[in-house]
Each structure stands twice: as structure tokens, then as C-alpha cells.
Write a protein that binds this ligand. Structure first.
Ligand code: SF4
Length: 345
């Protein structure tokens, strides 16, 4: 049994020991003010993240899935403190970093990295690959010049590029190779935790599997913990140990990969599963569940529906869904869902 499997076996919150947990998120909220009028006063709020709680255990990959606008990327940025939280807490490696100043958070910065979706936009085209990969070490004030050069050439080989590539510039590479450079930039400082924000969405389907396999291999080799953000359940299935489904700033379901794909409970999760092509990246179709076709678009997070925010698109919505917000409850062991259908009064 691997370390990850052992940790996952004890992933029931009640059974977890503190030493298993790397990231703990408690009732996290991120609201963006809407300004209006001549005086630019706050006239409303976009509730991008609206009370999310979960933890990530060392060595696991937690997938977070949702449509564009569900708040998943904002969640990732608040966890890394690239954005400040409105409320709630983020505890990273036993340190509550929620409201630390950027100076005080510096020791944790090195251990928390991010790989962005677009390798074209995230790499400075005027810098060589060697400079790009060395830059995070310089910013963090890590290692001597000689050791930095050694570290850069080691990581570039680990991500499947050649030392000769260090002299080249980003435009000389394909999209998949550029994402390898981005991964090298994130990993060169030896982080513990990496947020992968749709890292394969901009790549051809044929290249996606190569990059996902690389990320899995690097996780095993370097003992990394991932939060993997995607809008595509098939991509998350390939890499995740557990999966959270996010809708308008909240988690509506959180379960192990097996439970989520074989026994999805929330109507939204079922709708997302219904849209997965039969042949996905794992070559395993999700177990047949009742097909739910998603109607309409995601409502605006500036003006979400009352009660259950999914009710405007849910085929099972009834009176209670309009007036009462469903809590995320543990319906089966380690399987959490927020839907009134399972807590009928
Ligand atoms: Fe649908 Fe109601 Fe469940 Fe929301 S709470 S998912 S509207 S049945």
C-alpha cells in the first residue's frame, strides 16, 4: 500500500491525524465588491467563493471541477494568498496563512506553487528557458548561482526536456512543451503543494494525456500534493484521488474518485457526468446513471438564486429548494453532498 493509499484510507475527517493534513480550508469566502454610481460606492457583491471547507492530505490530488464562473480558480488563488480572503481561514502546513502579510508569508511561498492554464501567456517570451526556470529561485533568494544552474538542469530533464533547450525561447516550443517549462518553473523550488489551474485545457487532446502522466509521475517521485482544477470531469478522473464539484462558489459534492464516478449523488454532478463522452482518457466509461441534461447557463454569482443556487437548472427542484440553502452533509462515509433530496423532512 502506498503512502497516498494509506492516507486516503484514513481520510475520514474524524480519523485523520493532524500530521496527514497539508492544507486545511475553513469556511473560506471571497467576495468582490460591485461598484456603481458617480461615487463608485459598493452596490453589491460577487460571491466568487462562498463558504468552502475541506482539507487536503499529504500526497493526494484533490480535483475541483465546475463550469467557468463557478469560483474554482478564485478558490485556488485565495488558498495561495494571491488574493486575500474575505472571511475564513487557510492553514498550510500547520501555519494559518489567511491574514499574514506578504512579508510574513514568504517562508510558505516557496512551498506553494501554481501551474496556470495558458503556457503561452504565463511565460515571458523575452526570457530564455534557462532564465525562466531559474527566476523563481532568484526571487526566493535560494541557492548559489552554481547550485541554481545545477537545480535548473536537473528539473528540466525531469519534465522531459533537454539541457540544450535551456538556451531556447518559449516561441520555439509546442504548447505541450511550454507547459513542461511552466511545470519546471513551479517545481524548481521544491514545493510541497502545487495548484494546477486547468493545466491541460489549452492543449490538444493528444498532448493532454502526456502532460497528465508527467504530472502524476512527478507527484510520485517528488512527493507532491496537488489541487487540480478543471472544468472537465474526465481530466480530473485521470489524476485525482478525491473530487469536489463546485457550483456558484460552493462545494455541492465531495467524494473519493470511485464514489463520485460510480455513485454520484448531486443532480449537478450527474449532469456533468452525463456530458462525459463514453470513451474518456482512462478508457473507462463512468457507470451508467440517469442522464441529466444541463439547461441554461450558470446564473450570475452577483445575483445567485435563493436557496439552492442550482435550483434554476435542477429537474428535481421543489419548494424547499427555493427557501433553504442545502448544507454539505456526509451522507455516506467520506461522501459529502449538498442537496435536500437526501435530507427530506
Ligand atoms: Fe435540486 Fe433541490 Fe437538490 Fe438543489 S436542493 S440540487 S434544487 S433537488
Amino acid at each position: 500500500m502506498t503512502m497516498i493509499e494509506r492516507n486516503l484510507e484514513s481520510s475520514n475527517l474524524d480519523n485523520r491525524t493532524d500530521k496527514d493534513i497539508l492544507v486545511e480550508v475553513k469556511n473560506l469566502k471571497k467576495y468582490f465588491p460591485i461598484k456603481g454610481g458617480i461615487l463608485k460606492r459598493t452596490i453589491g457583491q460577487v460571491k466568487a467563493v462562498d463558504g468552502v471547507s475541506f482539507s487536503i492530505i499529504k500526497g493526494e490530488t484533490l480535483g475541483v471541477v465546475g463550469e467557468s464562473g463557478s469560483g474554482k480558480s478564485t478558490l485556488g488563488r485565495v488558498i495561495l494568498r494571491l488574493l486575500d480572503p474575505t472571511e475564513g481561514n487557510v492553514v498550510f502546513d500547520d501555519v494559518d496563512i489567511s491574514y499574514l502579510s506578504q512579508r510574513k508569508i514568504r517562508p510558505q511561498r516557496k512551498d506553494m506553487q501554481i501551474v496556470f492554464q495558458d503556457p503561452f501567456a504565463s511565460l515571458n517570451s523575452k526570457m530564455s528557458v534557462g532564465q525562466l526556470v531559474e527566476e523563481p529561485l532568484i526571487v526566493q533568494g535560494l541557492l548559489s548561482k552554481k547550485d541554481r544552474v545545477k537545480q535548473v538542469s536537473e528539473i528540466i530533464t525531469k519534465v522531459g526536456l533537454r539541457k540544450g533547450d535551456l538556451q531556447k525561447y518559449p516561441h520555439e516550443f509546442s504548447g505541450g512543451q511550454r507547459q513542461r517549462i511552466s511545470i519546471a518553473r513551479a517545481l524548481v523550488v521544491n514545493p510541497k503543494f502545487v495548484i494546477c489551474d486547468e493545466p491541460v485545457s489549452a492543449l490538444d487532446v493528444s498532448i493532454q494525456a502526456q502532460v497528465l502522466n508527467l504530472m502524476k509521475d512527478l507527484q510520485e517521485e517528488l512527493g507532491l500534493t496537488y489541487l487540480f482544477i478543471a472544468h472537465d470531469l474526465s481530466v480530473v478522473k485521470h489524476i485525482s484521488d478525491r473530487v469536489a464539484v463546485m457550483y456558484l462558489g460552493r462545494f455541492v459534492e465531495l467524494a473519493s474518485k470511485k464514489a463520485l464516478y460510480n455513485n454520484a449523488l448531486h443532480p449537478y454532478t450527474r449532469a456533468l457526468l452525463s456530458s462525459i463522452p463514453v470513451i474518456d482518457i482512462d478508457k473507462e466509461p463512468a457507470k451508467k446513471v440517469e442522464k441529466i441534461k444541463l439547461q441554461g447557463d450558470l446564473p450570475s454569482p452577483a445575483n445567485p438564486p435563493s436557496g439552492c443556487t442550482f435550483r434554476t437548472r435542477c429537474p428535481y427542484a421543489y419548494d424547499r429548494c427555493t427557501s433553504e440553502v442545502p448544507e454539505l452533509i456526509e451522507l455516506e462515509e467520506n461522501h459529502f453532498v449538498a442537496c435536500h433530496l437526501y435530507t427530506e423532512k
